[in-house]
Design a protein around this ligand. Structure first.
Ligand SMILES: Nc1ncnc2c1ncn2[C@@H]1O[C@H](COP(=O)(O)OP(=O)(O)OP(=O)(O)O)[C@@H](O)[C@H]1O
Ligand SMILES: [Mg+2]
Length: 213
């Protein structure tokens, strides 16, 4: 489902990482760990075609992202990808249900019941009418997770998705992520500092500046 081949990322003369290769199969859950600043968010953004790289290739469902222009990448993301951003990126002027339902709307498949079910799955039942500013950080994080899952994407990329949650809620939300991924045969890549979260993965990879293993 996802293949990264010898990927390298630099800013000017500074190498963030190089020689990063990995493959994630449909239904597989891979956790990526590594110290702060090593490039985990950057790598995830490259996997989503949201950032550029300096060498190597990224293939999503067999499609080489470097052969796609911005519009084609956006269409591929819309159809196949769910992304939980480290900084949430919830839209402030849309209410919670509209935020979660946005991927379905963009696919012209609006489905209020699916939105409600996803909100309930992450423990936000009844909060669909609230604006993001009326939510706590942990609640916002769960809105971002529900939004990433709502259209049952084939590839799920989650950047520290439980960073703002208490241990019990984190466990619950991880279970939801894992179960939804399994159910739809999605490949799940999760970046985390949490050993508990990494412990739930099928495989744990350690990112360093000179590769991943
Ligand atoms: N525009 C930029 N110019 C130069 N360096 C940058 C730029 N953006 C990011 N970096 C550097 O790239 C490196 C990787 O950043 P990234 O956000 O991917 O780290 P991370 O592993 O996700 O860290 P954290 O665990 O703290 O979230 C960092 O050292 C950062 O300082
Ligand atoms: Mg990061």
């Amino acid at each position: 489902m996802l293949e990264v081949q010898s990927l390298a990322k630099r800013y000017g003369d500074t190498t963030v990482f190089r020689d990063v290769s990995l493959a994630v199969a449909p239904g597989e859950f891979v956790a990526i760990v590594g110290e702060s600043g090593v490039g985990k968010s950057t790598l995830l953004n490259c996997m989503a075609g949201l950032d550029s790289w300096d060498a190597g290739r990224v293939l999503v469902d067999g499609q080489d992202l470097s052969t796609l222009d911005d519009e084609a990448r956006a269409i591929l993301r819309r159809r196949k990808l769910g992304f939980v951003f480290q900084a949430f990126h919830v839209l402030p002027h849309l209410d919670v249900a509209q935020n979660v339902g946005l991927p379905l709307l963009l696919l012209q498949r609006p489905d209020a019941r699916r939105v409600e079910a996803m909100l309930a799955a992450v423990g936000l039942e009844g909060l669909g009418g609230r604006l993001p500013q009326e939510l706590s950080g942990g609640q916002l994080q769960r809105v971002a997770i529900a939004r990433a899952l709502v259209h049952a994407p084939r590839l799920l990329l989650a950047d520290e998705p439980t960073g703002n949650l208490d241990p019990a809620t984190a466990t619950r939300v991880l279970d939801v992520l894992r179960a939804q991924a399994r159910e739809s045969g999605a490949a799940l890549v999760l970046v985390t500092h949490s050993e508990a979260a990494a412990g739930r993965a099928d495989r744990v990879l350690h990112l360093r500046s000179d590769g991943i293993a």
